[in-house]
Design a protein around this ligand. Sequence first.
Ligand SMILES: Nc1nc2c(c(=O)[nH]1)N[C@H]1C(S)=C(S)[C@@H](COP(=O)(O)OP(=O)(O)OC[C@H]3O[C@@H](n4cnc5c(=O)[nH]c(N)nc54)[C@H](O)[C@@H]3O)O[C@H]1N2
Ligand SMILES: Nc1nc2c(c(=O)[nH]1)N[C@H]1C(S)=C(S)[C@@H](COP(=O)(O)OP(=O)(O)OC[C@H]3O[C@@H](n4cnc5c(=O)[nH]c(N)nc54)[C@H](O)[C@@H]3O)O[C@H]1N2
Ligand SMILES: [Mo]
Length: 761
Amino acid sequence: MAKDLSEEDAAADIPVAGYDGPVGGWGSAEGMAKVAKTARSSPGALQTLKRQNKPGGYMCCSCAWAKPPNPHVAEFCENGAKATLWDLTTARCGPDFFRDHKVSDLVTWEEHDLERQGRLTHPMRYDAASDRYVETSWDEAFAAIGAELRRLDPKKVTFYVSGKAGLEASYLYGLFARAYGHTNLPDSSNMCHETTSVGLKKVIGSPVGTCVLDDLEHCDMIIHVGQNPGTNSPRILHPFQKAAERGCHIVAINPLREKGLLEFANPQNPWQMSLGAPTEISDRYLQVRTGGDIAALTGIAKHVLALEDTDGGVLDHAFLAEHCAGLDEWMDWVRATPWGRLEAVSGLSRAEMEGVGTLYARSKAVIGIYGMGVTQHVHGSDAIGALVNLLLLRGNIGRKGAGCSPVRGHSNVQGQRTVGITEKPKLVPNDKLREMFGIEPPEEPGWNTVEFVEALLAGQAQGYVGLGGNLARAVPDQDRVTEVWGRMPLTVHIATRLNRTHLMPGRSAWLLPCLVRSEEDLQNGTSQQITMEDSFSHIYGSIGKREPASPHLKSEVAIVAGLAAATVQANPRLAWDDWSGDYVQVRSLIEATYPDEFHDFEARMNQPGGFYRGNPARERVWKTETGKAQFTVPADLDATGLADGDGVYRLMTLRSNDQFNTTIYGMSDRLRGIEGDRMLVMMSPDDIEAEGLRPGQRIALTGAADDGVPRRVDGLRIVAYDLPRGCIAGYFPELNPLSPLSRHDLLSKTPASKGIPVRLA
Ligand SMILES: Nc1nc2c(c(=O)[nH]1)N[C@H]1C(S)=C(S)[C@@H](COP(=O)(O)OP(=O)(O)OC[C@H]3O[C@@H](n4cnc5c(=O)[nH]c(N)nc54)[C@H](O)[C@@H]3O)O[C@H]1N2
Ligand SMILES: Nc1nc2c(c(=O)[nH]1)N[C@H]1C(S)=C(S)[C@@H](COP(=O)(O)OP(=O)(O)OC[C@H]3O[C@@H](n4cnc5c(=O)[nH]c(N)nc54)[C@H](O)[C@@H]3O)O[C@H]1N2
Ligand SMILES: [Mo]
């Protein structure tokens, strides 16, 4: 596709789509070797990988995909291996490094260059006079942060969590916030699957998916919407491959033709590797327009209704009558919605939607899987509703081989919500907390991520503690946030590696370095386990064995407990020190607070595949307002809520194959055939031509939201890519200055990172 490259551009080896190999396969072995090299991983790191995702081992710190009860010899993927190797680097970012560099210089470095400095080794305090982070002791850090927190109004302090910390640290963190006096507990989930927590809950009464791993072995159709498995959850491709081989239909709905959804060679299958014959994964690929999913799924459903009218026997009438509400109103709306509208908004032909509808009507057990392409829209909750509408028609929720399955992001993001990381008091048993600890948890809602950023921009936010994450880079309106972040009187980061948010210090600013999951966590001479929950609501233990990167590191549990003890009024029932010395005690607190989910926690957490914490919707018990599964008539057929025309493009901000969120491992987006550069915009060749541009040229994008805020990113190289017209794509977090904070899912406030209105400049 690369036409008309200038000499200079051609010499720069411009990325243009064209990776020919399948996902998995030898390409991923090479990818891993490359990362092992860049990460400068320590001796034995590759051996350590053998313990990844195994019972009695440690759980991968990358995605939240299930850890099967009978794991492969190597139960990890290219990207999971990268994440672990990155943690196990020999590079160290200690006091010497900070002595050599001023913070105001470091903040101009690229994320990748900061990360390459390696693991943080010592607790550090910001010294404004020299504009440097200087070495401190844990005692000094805890005492000073505690004193600052006691001076501040708790209601103006935020405790963020990034989705990785285990259940023990997360439980204590939520308890710390409530004992101190706030519920400003935004989680990375607020930028991610909060749409699921709220939108899926609204329609089926469950904030999490209804499937378990075994369902993938019994479905005969998978509808896979807006998720990129080859990069973001590669182990999902094993069950997909097996499903495809047994004849299960896999339908992908995605504006990009993602390699992982097209074909896959299993690197754990030497026979297939040596023959080099990948499995074709999707048998239908609907290249929907950005935000076109509500229309596409409704079109498919409209055809299912038509088949019922002509042939009969298509709908599951018994299920609909017993279990569903809102069907008639929804059917009236579908019938009144003309095909022309569905085609225009989805960008698909009627025949394409009908084809999938026919397949669906014939399939016995169907799973709907989705990711950020669905959740990160202004009408993301309605898009989830549209998928659920379709599943309900044939009773595809709450039986074997069927269900609705969001693919979660961070490895323990779902679990953090389960144990009380939420700004919503009604989701936590406050009575129990009162009784167990004699504290008065606030009863009014706290801030989620968008509300925290609004408060920050308004000068209201006074203190920030981050349990992981790189929040100033991950949120919308990055430039505006960067400008004001350091005005907070207190900024504290519990982190493994340096990132740019750390380099926007408040008046009192601290870096507290912690262990990673594969490292041994010794407390009182005993090696401690932690636990986490995956996308399928299974909970397992994880135990690290590696020697920590520095003797000065503390565990996340110990840091949270240390901060809490220094902040919250002494109370014999808040035994922070005892708890951080023995995580079994923390697990018994979790069990006492949530007995339904966590009974026999200690005994069950090491069973192969983890234990299932249950889900009423799976049993067809609907904890919704009506007590039934709810059909949804969407507020808008277009999930972006944008009008077309006027030179406005819909920008999708995506992950490359060489990053974990804001952690950039390298410049390769291998599966999309893009190498060497992240400052780019993917665009359809027809749009490039119509705009009088050429591939390789650098352009700027400007914001097109009508809120009067100027937004602009310069220096983006045009890459010709197979995309629907009017839809463009580029990388997160580089393009976050273009994302308006005001555009978010209407129900859950998840930022609309996928339908960002922009113009070419
Ligand atoms: N290696 C690696 N693994 C990761 C992460 C990582 O950064 N790197 N991040 C983790 C986290 S926190 C998360 S949340 C997940 C994210 O995993 P994904 O949900 O896969 O997120 P994205 O990379 O944002 O990709 C979204 C997909 O949706 C498609 N898409 C965009 N807009 C639309 C739309 O309007 N409709 C449809 N149907 N599709 C659309 C894009 O083409 C892309 O394929 O991955 C987790 N796993
Ligand atoms: N435009 C746009 N914006 C997005 C998205 C998008 O698709 N488009 N996706 C959104 C999504 S889905 C998410 S989840 C967020 C991600 O937002 P965050 O979760 O805030 O970002 P991460 O990049 O995952 O955080 C990385 C940092 O965490 C720290 N860290 C790494 N491992 C550990 C650990 O084990 N413990 C501790 N304590 N710290 C650790 C390191 O310092 C590292 O620099 O971004 C969101 N923002
Ligand atoms: Mo995420």
